[in-house]
Design a protein around this ligand. Structure first.
Ligand code: GCU
Length: 453
């Protein structure tokens, strides 16, 4: 399968990796002089250096050639939807699964408990449900998703829903006085901390706007599925699916990003059963590392009707071969638990990857995707995110669907939302903000309210 040379034959030594080696050596020397630095100190140095070393100069983007999204491994070319769906799409899906995100286990039998339902939540405008979805046979003793759903009461019948994966627990989504806030909470880094305030993430979720549009919002915290630190894959969901005697994932088995995406699919298993939810109209959304997870969820699980990528950047929708902002090496070194073992061989060897991120977007075709960048977020490579969407256009064209609608990277605050691939570069920081939601809702209206699309 591997078409690229083995690591030993072609290791390129970039300035960046030389500098990183210097960082490690200086850490080692300071360890010998002052005692061992803590992991956190080491992380900080590595983080700072990767951020400082990243290229932000467009003229230094290397010349690259993207893999041809329509060219099959046997050299034949896709010319229609049937060939795409039966031949090339499965090839690309297999490449991303094997070399980047890792294989996930079969879905377990759906097993959940409706913990609470309140039909007059938020002063009567919404119905709130709290559901526990068990991810293993161990039921509540194993990892489980606490799914919180708000549905608009002004709409009769089944409603479309945004399914969001969140950095923080459900009580941060809205300042809903009914929600219990504990003193402390389990942080994704494995420690316990003071619980964040109720409704503290309200701005990123825009529940009022979502409900006013006649949509529901379902959320769960990513830490429910698997934690977000390098613990050698000993906590969270992975160990529950190890074979007998296995204690570490195989090189082609899931890392945390695939586990979070898998969690979104388990939430979808439930949504399909909920009589108040229109399961044919479920959008997935996530920001940043959770944007990567949401895009992979949308790419690997065709039940998601629409995908919203919030600043998903490197290993999300931004082209890796541009090496602009965060790079494959930077992400693998800082977050070794995110992707599968096989992916590490592409550190600083982007040109040997058997895919690039435009093909991740292509896996979503013909379903709509909105790619949101932010002007201050160079680390995520806003232009690379735009080009990730552009590169998927030949596949959307097979279905007669329009892509972004411009060949030029659009200026700040100039959304392109007429095509099936939408894009904007909002002014401001790395975040999902009210402006993003305003555009997401407009875009969703085209597909969830106008059945002709
Ligand atoms: C880091 C990481 C990014 C990620 C981001 C986030 O900056 O390098 O890849 O998207 O964290 O999740 O906020």
């Amino acid at each position: 399968m591997a078409k690229y040379p083995p690591l030993s034959n072609c290791r390129k030594v970039s300035k960046e990796s030389i500098k990183m080696r210097k960082v490690y050596i200086s850490l080692l020397l300071s360890a010998l002089t002052y005692g061992t630095p803590t992991f956190a100190q080491a992380e900080k140095v590595v983080k700072r250096n990767y951020a400082e070393l990243a290229n932000y100069d467009e003229s230094k983007v290397p010349a690259y050639q993207l893999p041809d999204v329509l060219l099959c491994q046997d050299g034949s070319r896709v010319t229609n939807v049937k060939e795409w769906e039966q031949k090339r799409r499965p090839e690309i899906l297999n490449l991303f699964t094997t070399y980047m995100f890792g294989k996930v286990p079969e879905a377990p039998q759906l097993n959940y408990t409706l913990q609470a339902i309140k039909s007059n939540a938020l002063g009567g405008k919404a119905t709130r449900k709290e559901i526990t979805i068990y991810l293993t046979e161990e039921k509540e003793k194993g990892p489980h998703i606490d799914l919180q759903i708000y549905l608009p009461n002004q709409v009769e019948g089944k409603v479309p829903v945004f399914l969001g994966i969140s950095f923080l627990p459900n009580y941060t989504v809205y300042d809903d006085p009914d929600l219990f806030v504990p003193e402390t909470y389990a942080k994704p880094n494995g420690t316990t901390g003071k619980a964040p305030a109720r409704g503290s993430m309200n701005r990123s979720w825009q529940l009022d706007q979502i409900l006013a549009h006649g949509y529901g919002l379902a959320t769960f915290c990513y830490n429910d599925v698997t934690p977000d630190y390098d613990d050698n894959f000993q906590r969270g969901i992975l160990p529950y699916y190890y074979r007998k005697g296995q204690n570490y994932p195989d090189p082609d088995q899931w890392g945390a990003i695939a586990a979070w995406a898998w969690g979104m699919s388990r939430a979808m298993d439930y949504l399909e059963e909920d009589p108040q939810v229109d399961a044919d109209k479920v959008a997935v959304i996530g920001h940043s590392r959770l944007g990567k997870a949401a895009v992979w969820a949308g790419a690997s699980d065709p039940r998601f009707a629409l995908v919203l990528s919030g600043n998903s950047g490197c290993c999300g929708v931004a082209l890796s071969r541009r090496c602009y902002g965060e790079t494959v090496e930077a992400i693998n070194v800082r977050f070794p638990h995110w992707f599968c073992g096989n992916y590490k061989q592409f550190n600083n060897r982007e040109e040997y990857m058997p895919f690039d991120q435009h093909e991740l977007v292509a896996l979503i075709a013909p379903r709509p995707i909105y790619i949101a960048s932010a002007s201050e977020d160079n680390w995520s490579d806003q232009k690379g995110e735009f080009l990730g969407g552009k590169g998927a256009e030949p596949v959307y064209a097979l279905y007669g669907k329009k892509g972004i609608g411009t060949d030029e990277w659009p200026p700040i605050d100039t959304p392109y939302i007429d095509g099936t691939i939408a894009y904007h570069n909002r002014k401001g920081p790395h975040a999902i903000l009210p402006y993003d939601w305003e555009m997401f809702l407009k875009f969703a209206d085209k597909y969830f309210k106008d059945d002709s699309q």
